[in-house]
Design a protein around this ligand. Structure first.
Ligand code: AMP
Length: 184
């Protein structure tokens, strides 16, 4: 076991990130248990630990050119991961929010349907990309973002999440290597 692995295990153990996740019943609609990660963002040590762990889980042998963060909670740790990996940050936003020319993709959510957009010049063909979001649920969002990145010619190295809702089997829809810090 490497020194880093020991350090990471200690960091995970000592932080107990799950203590900073709050379940909100029936939000945003009946039957959904919403994983509220704002308590984690409120705590400096938990926030930094999360960013460090996700950055360390990215493959070391490939230089990540861009981290793509998914609106809106994916922006927070996505930009912190980008900073740690010396990569650029790309926001993927809901329809109509990005000012320049975009590519867009419709997708299905655990609760509804939406459209995501990316600037057409955000990723250059052949660039290595890490996609980050807070929660993997059904995988529809991550799948749509993977398509957008690939349509721009990006190579997806990893999809990373704070939380994975394993019972919704989003992992099965994701073609790219996938990591998450907490599984429910
Ligand atoms: P999905 O496309 O079904 O994987 O849904 C993932 C997206 O919806 C992420 O951007 C999450 O922020 C959000 N999301 C879906 N389900 C939940 C949940 N139970 N708690 C918190 N966020 C969720």
């Amino acid at each position: 076991m490497s020194i880093y692995t020991i350090f990471e295990s200690l960091e995970r153990y000592s932080m107990k990130l799950e203590n900073y996740i709050r379940d909100i019943a029936d939000f945003p609609k009946p039957g959904i248990t919403f994983k509220d990660i704002t308590p984690l963002f409120l705590n400096h040590e938990a926030l930094v630990s999360c960013a460090n762990q996700l950055a360390e889980l990215s493959p070391k042998e490939i230089k990540i050119d861009k981290v793509v963060g998914i609106e809106a909670r994916g922006f927070i740790l996505g930009s912190m991961i980008a900073e740690r990996l010396n990569a650029g940050f790309v926001p993927v936003r809901k329809k109509g929010k990005l000012p320049y020319e975009t590519k867009s993709k419709n997708y299905g959510l655990e609760y509804g349907e939406d459209t995501l957009e990316i600037h057409i010049d955000a990723i250059k063909p052949g660039e290595h990309v890490l996609i980050h979001d807070d929660v993997l649920a059904t995988g529809g969002t991550a799948n749509a973002v993977c398509s957008l990145v690939e349509e721009l010619g990006g190579i997806i190295v990893q999809c990373s999440f704070i939380i994975e809702l394993g019972f919704l089997k989003g992992r099965e829809r994701c073609q790219a290597p996938l990591v998450s810090l907490l599984k429910y």
